[in-house]
Write a protein that binds this ligand. Structure first.
Ligand SMILES: CCCCC/C=C/CC(=O)SCCNC(=O)CCNC(=O)[C@H](O)C(C)(C)COP(=O)(O)OP(=O)(O)OC[C@H]1O[C@@H](n2cnc3c(N)ncnc32)[C@H](O)[C@@H]1OP(=O)(O)O
Length: 355
């Protein structure tokens, strides 16, 4: 059966109302069929290799070859209807509760900042960096907030920087991404360095990259025995951040720090605890119960005494930490433009069909 122009237009509207992201592969198929249905075979010059998104779109469209416009229109309508059970097309586009990527809650003097992209292993997007930064700024000034906790929802604490942060190229290209990324990274880490109240990491599962390095700036790190700690910077053509080039050698000694930061050795929770990066490890079965009971008790301690003690312990290091952060952010800006880094990101994204 043919699909009419009206069917095609309805399908286009339905796509906008989908509640669930159909994933990159399907989105590329939809794009390609739409272009074929409206313009015919691919007629655009092939984008450059580093223009990830446009190249993926071009590849998808070009792959359809000379499929007739009429057939592309029908395939588009069929694909959309396969994605749209009747419940999907009710026209409601409300965000489901708890669908935010960072969930911030406050109870019993504890501000909890929870990374909430469990399907992506809590990989941190640009927007999430900004939201965490704003949450830390707000909670540092909130008199009702005594301690602040960072944790993850699902099986991971966080898989670190979302590697697709580097693929959405603005008009200034990859250079602009690297420059703005470096500024954001510096501001983000500065905020952890300056955070005035007790800052606790509740590491509910594996941690990768920046989710690990930042732990050196926390006041306590409680980990499930399922957690692992992995900084595969060299494998990604990148370098240490989160002040770890300074805090890790201080915490665990240069020999162990180098194994992690240069060679990418992954530590178990017990190993990280033995190295001094983790405060205490709990069995996963009782982790949440034990840790939150302890945190509730800590949040009842006199807040000003805790704040002043933290300042006494930390203030001598602050200037040094800001300088290290600036250096690391500048080094990474250069790394993000390197072939080593580009190739590593392309490899990851191709493995995951994100290109
Ligand atoms: C402002 C910029 C600041 C930049 C600061 C710089 C920081 C440096 C770093 O943080 S470096 C660390 C970067 N992270 C990684 O290299 C981890 C990459 N991910 C993995 O290696 C694996 O996904 C895993 C080991 C975390 C989990 O493997 P597993 O096989 O269990 O699961 P999947 O690979 O199938 O993952 C499920 C989906 O989640 C997506 N995903 C996971 N991590 C990331 C990530 N870091 N970036 C983007 N996407 C990620 C993965 O693609 C899967 O998605 P899909 O289901 O749509 O395929």
């Amino acid at each position: 059966m043919r699909a009419s122009q009206k069917d095609f237009e309805n399908a286009m509207n339905q796509v906008k109302l989908l509640k669930k992201d159909p994933g990159n592969e399907v989105k590329l198929k939809l794009y390609a069929l739409y272009k074929q249905a409206t313009e015919g075979p691919c007629n655009m010059p092939k984008p450059g290799m580093l223009d990830f998104i446009n190249k993926a779109k071009w590849d998808a469209w070009n792959a359809i070859g000379s499929l007739p416009k009429e057939t592309a229109r029908k395939n588009y309508v069929d694909l959309v209807s396969s994605l749209s059970p009747s419940s999907e097309s009710s026209g409601r586009v409300d965000k489901e509760p708890g669908s935010e990527s960072v969930v911030i809650t406050s109870e019993d003097g504890i501000t909890k900042i929870m990374l909430n992209r469990p399907a992506q292993k809590n990989a941190i997007t640009i927007q999430m960096y900004q939201e965490i930064l704003s949450a830390l700024e707000a909670t540092s000034k909130d008199d009702n907030s005594v301690i602040t906790v960072l944790t993850g929802n699902g099986d991971y604490y966080s898989s670190g920087n979302d590697l697709t942060n580097f693929t959405n190229l603005p008009p200034g290209g990859i250079e602009e991404v690297a420059k703005t990324g470096s500024i954001l990274l510096r501001d983000f880490v500065d905020c952890f360095i300056d955070f005035p109240k007790p800052l606790i990491a509740v590491v509910n599962g594996p941690a990768v990259g920046i989710a690990v390095t930042l732990l050196g700036l926390f006041d306590a790190v409680y980990a499930s025995d399922r957690a692992t700690f992995h900084t595969p910077f060299t494998q990604l053509g990148q370098t240490a951040e989160g002040c770890s080039s300074y805090t890790f050698p201080k915490i665990m000694g240069p020999a162990k720090a180098i194994e992690m930061l240069i060679f990418g050795k992954k530590l178990t929770a017990h190993e990280a605890c033995a190295q001094g990066l983790v405060t205490e490890v709990f069995p996963d079965s009782t982790f949440q119960k034990e840790v939150w009971a302890r945190l509730k008790a800590y949040a009842k301690l006199p807040p000003n005494a805790m704040r002043i003690s933290k300042e006494l312990i930390r203030h001598n290091e602050k200037e040094k930490l800001h300088a290290v952060n600036a250096e690391e952010s500048t080094a990474l800006q250069g790394r993000w433009l390197s072939e080593e880094c580009m190739n590593a990101i392309i490899n990851f994204l191709s493995r995951k069909s994100k290109l």
